[in-house]
Design a protein around this ligand. Structure first.
Ligand code: 5GP
Ligand code: ZN
Length: 113
């Protein structure tokens, strides 16, 4: 997708602090971390948001969640973490390329703001 920030990061056109990548997914540090550990996990393929998922995305979605769980273990988040995706303006989605936030390393309030 032209003009998609995360497609450009996937393509290596914009630098990012990448912590994991494979055939389907890329994980990199958020540029404005909201917790001591704040990683974004995205599919390489452009999917605008969770609202656009189809059954064909099942395996990439499983891989995204498994990557989140493994990174949480690797980062020492044994006390817990949050794994969230924002959809649309009310949730504050600012990049229209599906991404999950892995947040941890501090006590996370609930409900979120
Ligand atoms: P959203 O608000 O759409 O759920 O999340 C987008 C996230 O992308 C935000 O947490 C924001 O800090 C992060 N972000 C925006 N631009 C960049 C960038 O150029 N590089 C990285 N690594 N993260 C970014
Ligand atoms: Zn994209």
């Amino acid at each position: 997708m032209d003009n998609c920030l995360f497609c450009k990061i996937v393509a290596g056109e914009i630098p990012a602090d990448i912590v994991y990548q494979d055939h389907d997914v890329l994980a990199f540090r958020d540029i404005h971390p909201q917790a001591p550990q704040h990683i974004l996990i995205v599919p390489r393929r452009h999917i605008p948001s969770m609202a656009d998922l189809t059954l064909e995305d099942s395996s990439v979605l499983a891989r995204i969640f498994m990557t989140g769980a493994r990174l949480a273990r690797d980062l020492g988040l044994e006390n817990g973490y949050r794994f969230v995706t924002n959809v649309g303006p009310d949730a504050g989605q600012s990049v229209l390329h599906l991404h999950f936030h892995l947040l941890g390393g501090r006590r996370l309030g609930w409900p979120p703001g």
